[in-house]
Design a protein around this ligand. Structure first.
Ligand SMILES: [Zn+2]
Length: 168
């Protein structure tokens, strides 16, 4: 029972991690967390009996590390799924295209960088897509933050009380 998995929520109710019931009960006992979903059953210690928590919420906010990828060639290609944004060809031989070229004031930003194959890069040749009459498949954008919390799949089947706290 003390090894029973417990979902830990941040103060904001966002899921943070999974801990063991033993740890969860300790956090509740010291007033650092509260139980928001009851598990089934009780944990017996030599001194007392505690209801088994299924979901707890911390009373303080835990800052999560930012996971925004750095703006690098690889991360732009990765965002574009290694696909040329002009012809749609998937290739490892990509170049980094400034959609609005730098000499025309284009910035080195997520929104102005796209993956282009060598052929398309040559064809575009320092022009804007409009000038080159080439169309981007998708407007380049800053990649979304990845969610740090990866729910191990096996828990989804058995812990129905957790579902409403997890991202879809
Ligand atoms: Zn191409």
């Amino acid at each position: 029972m003390v090894n029973y998995p417990v979902l830990v929520l941040n103060q904001s109710y966002e899921p943070l991690n999974i801990c063991r019931a033993r740890r969860a009960i300790t956090l509740i006992f010291y007033g650092k967390a509260e139980m928001v979903e009851d598990g089934t059953g009780y944990v017996h210690t030599t001194a007392a009996v505690f209801p088994l928590p299924s979901v707890i919420r911390l009373h303080h906010m835990v800052r999560r590390p930012r996971t925004e990828p750095k703006l690098t060639r690889f991360e732009v290609f990765n965002r574009d799924q290694f696909t040329c944004q002009y012809c749609g060809r998937q290739t490892r031989q990509l170049t980094l295209d400034h959609v609005v070229p730098r000499h025309l004031g284009g910035e080195h930003t997520w929104e102005n960088l796209a993956s282009a194959c060598v052929t398309c890069n040559h064809r575009k040749a320092g022009r804007t897509p409009d000038q080159a009459r080439m169309k981007l498949h998708r407007a380049p954008a800053r990649p979304r933050y990845k969610i740090m919390f990866n729910m191990p799949y096996q828990y989804l089947q058995t812990h129905h009380q957790w579902h409403k706290y997890l991202p879809q």
